[in-house]
Design a protein around this ligand. Structure first.
Ligand code: GLP
Length: 249
């Protein structure tokens, strides 16, 4: 795993966006991007939009697959991941609606919805470039610590820690959904290229365990230790804290 230490979240966003653009160009504009939500990728989306405008990069032939969605939230709900993506990225580039794949948080048959998503990912030939964040407990997408790494898309119960962490996006913690649909750790692991973003002291324990701990579903991100083309982008605050606390990054 390559580790890049940047000064700020803003610089990480620029570096990640440049790496996505390089990937798109290498694929002749025809790529499958795995996209994430949360605070971590926000600067990347901003940079990507601005580079696309300046360099006339088109997303017409780009296909996207988002990682996850809260159960019970439809696309119009301001805290749904679909709403976040429309607002922060899709509405600002020329990607056709039919190229955007999303899990439905309001599917009546959740099991069928998970199966549908796995078929879509398979039909698209898997994920080319995957953008990721990491939860404070080492979760990736919504793969929470558990007994085994899930292969395909599944419904998960969110841990109290994740509910609490994500409550900052809601008016009240009681409004945070308690379950979600998420693509599996194995699907993420099979992305050809991965960029993960982690900033701030709060991610130190999870990042250290991901890099140096055992590979275990109790720390889902640890599965990525064996990935052959992954870059971890951290800011200098997190890097300094890791050095201080563990004597290494
Ligand atoms: C959520 C998302 C993850 C994200 C994580 C960290 O739970 N499902 O995809 O990586 O939170 O979010 P943040 O980047 O806001 O710290």
């Amino acid at each position: 795993m390559r580790i890049v230490v940047a000064h700020s979240a803003n610089e990480i966003g620029r570096l990640c966006a440049e790496s996505i653009v390089d990937y798109l160009l290498a694929q002749g504009g025809d790529a499958v991007l795995g996209l994430a939500t949360g605070s971590s990728p926000l600067e990347t989306y901003k940079s990507l939009i601005s580079i696309a405008k300046k360099q006339n990069i088109s997303f017409r032939n780009v296909k996207t697959i988002n990682l996850d969605e809260y159960c019970g939230l439809g696309p119009e709900h301001p805290q749904s991941f679909r709403y976040y993506m429309d607002k922060n990225f899709f509405s600002q580039v020329d990607i056709p609606e039919e190229n955007i794949e999303f899990l439905s948080g309001i599917a009546l048959d959740e099991e069928k919805e998970c199966e549908r998503y796995d078929r879509v990912i398979e039909r698209r030939g898997g994920i080319g470039f995957q953008l990721l964040g990491i939860g404070g407990n080492g979760h990736v997408a919504f793969n929470e610590p558990s007994e085994k790494f899930s292969c395909g898309t599944v419904k998960v119960q969110l841990t109290q820690e994740t509910i609490q962490a994500n409550s900052r996006f809601f008016y009240d913690v009681s409004e945070v959904p308690v379950s979600a649909l998420t693509i599996g750790m194995e699907t993420i692991f099979h992305a050809r290229k991965i960029a993960m973003i982690a900033t701030g002291e709060g991610k130190a324990e999870a990042v250290h365990a991901m890099l140096h701990g055992p590979i275990t579903p109790q720390l889902p991100a640890s599965r990525l230790q064996q990935h052959e083309d992954m870059t971890l982008y951290i800011d200098s605050v997190l890097a300094g804290y890791l050095q201080k606390k563990y004597g290494e990054i």
